[in-house]
Design a protein around this ligand. Sequence first.
Ligand code: AMP
Ligand code: MG
Length: 346
Amino acid sequence: MLVLGIETSCDETAAAIVRSDRSIRSNIVYSQIEEHRSFGGVVPEIAARAHLEMIDGVIRRSLEVADVTLTEVDAIAATGGPGLIGGVIVGTMTAKAMALAADKPYLAINHLEGHALTARLTNELEFPYLLLLVSGGHCQLLSVMGPGVYKQLGTTMDDAVGEAFDKTAKMLGLGLPGGPAIEGAAKIGNPKRFNFPRPLKGRTGCDFSFSGLKTAVRQAILNTGSDTLSDDDVNDIAASFQTAVADTIADRCANAISSFNETYPKDKTLVVAGGVAANSELRARLSALCQMTGFRFISPPPALCTDNAAMIAWAGIERLHLGLTSDLNFAPRPRWPLEELATVMS
Ligand code: AMP
Ligand code: MG
């Protein structure tokens, strides 16, 4: 089975062809980062227009690279939410039009489900597993029981962790995207120079909070007393910030592992997904935590952690196996919590 996946929920226009034997035949990602850079963040209106301009070419390229024609594709899967609605509409309308014209099944995929199931594309992995989803818009711990069947163990009370990386990078005068810029600066910085807060660390539960950490960074910048930060200041703040984030997330994950263990004593896998999963300090901390607790640790390669369409095509394959397709009158959803998936899609 071959599925075309389309992803347009934020600032990447992406299309991919994936086979049910888990081979990725093509995975084309056009990043709009240059269009948004001078604004210091993603501008929804610009994103929507850029998706509209790029989508046809990106899809055509995905078919060319995979060396397949649309006729050979078994279904068309596109992100139906959550995300910036302009972009989601572009991807959804394109997928519906192609599905109708080529007489193929159409699947509206929840973007978060795409991230959640990626580990089954890259690894041999059975349900259930514990998932840490850390991206620009989300920070959640979930039990994944099957496509469409998720239980949220914790979520952020304020900012998503990727957002915290991006805002901190902005305060430090580092460019977009913030995560890789912080990680680069942190490599040569001193993580012990600033003792930033570890929000909620030591408390019960699996929720997250990052706004206090962000405020602490702003305060540390003000405390330097100068208008321009030195390279050392920037690198040390980045390193101290990144360590505080990794510490906090590891603490929350330790609680989630205990809680997951109580419900599923035989299933011991932690998967990390989403753009922030590309962070190597976070990966190292989680990998150490898993070793201590006897959990298997899976983190898909960074290119499949950040937004891409291979994960959307794969989620489509998982759903097709269960006979779940979508109606052509599916309405794109700016908000679409994973826990609502079972009721909305069945
Ligand atoms: P996504 O929302 O899944 O597309 O992920 C994008 C988010 O991941 C942005 O907030 C990035 O700053 C963040 N990100 C990407 N790479 C890294 C990294 N190496 N370290 C930390 N955050 C990252
Ligand atoms: Mg994402």
